[in-house]
Design a protein around this ligand. Structure first.
Ligand code: AMP
Ligand code: GLY
Length: 418
């Protein structure tokens, strides 16, 4: 099989790595890729939000499957463009990607499908926002309706700050605060059949102990030793399958990766958000533990034969990833700094590149999240120690990482309210 991966972050590096290990993959391409992906795939320049350009590149390369990584291209209709050219594509259509592209739309689908989520109000002016803030009370949750790379959400006890955040957005969703730990659960789907992967946890805030602003994600681990037994089955039954059935019923079937961001609250499981693609950095840890060949799974989802796919196999143990972010991330990341020590990361840890570029034979930072140092191990502690041993080797001026990825889980401090 010849495969083209669209995107160029750590998620795409993890996807390319898993695909490169699949014996069925004879040729691997990535567009635009990054300095790390260049070692395992042929890179091509591409405007990833251009459906016709992506379809043309896929046809030129003669690939059998296109895998679209980020949300931007999906919302822009890249999967539609590729499929219109008669090429199998892993990733939802423009219409189905609205599950991520509009928080208000996602809320409407959940209401129709009886999927449990936070109570919410869609607001288009400050008077409505003020009313909704007072209805739900503090802590206040205010979300930009559109795509914001994980940075459009403000959770605060400061009512003025909540109002100010809303003033920056055209349309906002104000919602009830959800208590309880968060879980990311991914499912591969062809629009009918749903195959859940393993649960992971992401760290969204920039600083230790969840201090500072939200980011795209600073680290992750999987699986979750504290998760209630039966969690995956329950989420599949009450969240994933009903959502997929509702999207099909609406005539906009969702095929690709459905990412459920969940909170395990005192009132039960609640959906925090849906994403229409593999999450970053959770993908790095989930794929580190996937033992089944990835290309066959994604191809089956793309062509509608997931029901016949053999059950997934998982490696024993745990995986941890720690993001190395550039100086100034998330507000104003600095780019163009040289990165040293990439070759010194000791096994079992390995480096997945996010925002990197090759410049005069040197690898330099080219984005806010620069690297994702990943390791698997027999215990969560072993995986965590290995990942941080890797982080220590990286030299990048002004770089910062969280030091507490997976720490509370190891200490047994995560409590699921019942
Ligand atoms: P989202 O982009 O919707 O995933 O929101 C980003 C992050 O904000 C989530 O991962 C949560 O940590 C937090 N968040 C979002 N919605 C809520 C909520 N209703 N209650 C508490 N925290 C929330
Ligand atoms: N890990 C959060 C996201 O991918 O949106």
């Amino acid at each position: 099989m010849k495969v083209l991966v669209v995107g160029g972050g750590a998620r795409e590096h993890a996807l390319c790595l898993a695909l490169s290990l699949d014996p069925a993959v004879e040729e691997l391409h990535c567009a635009p890729g990054n300095a790390g992906i260049a070692a395992i795939a042929h890179l091509h320049p591409l405007d990833v939000r251009d459906p016709a350009g992506t379809a043309q590149l896929a046809a030129q390369l003669g690939v059998d499957l296109v895998v679209v990584g980020p949300e931007g291209p999906l919302v822009a209709g890249v999967a539609d463009g590729v499929r219109a050219a008669g090429i199998a594509c892993f990733g939802p259509s423009h219409a189905a990607a609205r599950l991520e592209g509009s928080k208000a739309f996602a809320k409407e689908v959940m209401a129709s499908a009886d999927v449990p989520t936070a109570a919410s109000r869609v607001c288009t002016d400050q008077r409505q926002v003020a009313g909704a803030l007072d209805e739900f009370g503090a802590p206040y949750v205010v979300k930009d309706d559109g795509l914001a790379a994980g940075k459009g959400v403000l959770v605060t006890t400061d009512r003025d700050a909540a109002l100010a955040h809303a003033a920056h957005c055209e349309r906002v969703v104000v919602e009830e605060f959800l208590d309880g730990p968060e879980v990311s659960l991914f499912a591969v789907t062809d629009g009918v059949t749903v195959v859940p992967l393993i649960p992971a946890q992401d760290f969204k805030r920039v600083g230790d102990d969840d201090a500072g602003p939200n980011t795209g994600g600073m680290g992750a681990y999987a699986p979750l030793p504290w998760a209630p037994s039966g969690l995956v089955d329950e989420v599949t039954k009450t969240v994933l399958q009903p959502t997929i059935d509702e999207m099909r019923r609406r005539g906009t079937p969702f095929a690709g990766l459905l990412y459920a961001g969940l909170a395990l609250t005192s009132k039960g499981i609640r959906v925090v958000e849906f994403n229409a693609r593999f999450g970053d950095p959770e993908t790095q840890v989930v794929l580190a533990l996937l033992d089944s060949p990835l290309a066959g799974l994604l191809h089956a989802a793309a062509i509608g034969t997931l029901r016949e796919h053999p059950p997934l196999r998982w490696r024993d143990g745990f995986a941890v990833t720690v993001v190395v972010a550039a100086a100034g991330y998330p507000e104003q990341p600095r780019t163009g700094d040289p990165i040293a020590g990439l070759g010194d990361v000791p096994a079992p840890a390995y480096v997945l590149h996010a925002g990197t570029a090759a410049h005069d034979g040197e690898v330099v930072s080219a984005g806010g999240r620069v690297l994702s140092i990943t390791a698997a191990g027999p215990s969560l502690e072993a995986a965590r120690d290995a990942a941080y041993a890797g982080v220590t080797e990286i030299q990048l001026d002004g770089a910062h990482s969280r030091t507490d990825i997976a720490l509370r889980a190891i200490r047994g401090e995560i409590v699921v309210p019942i």
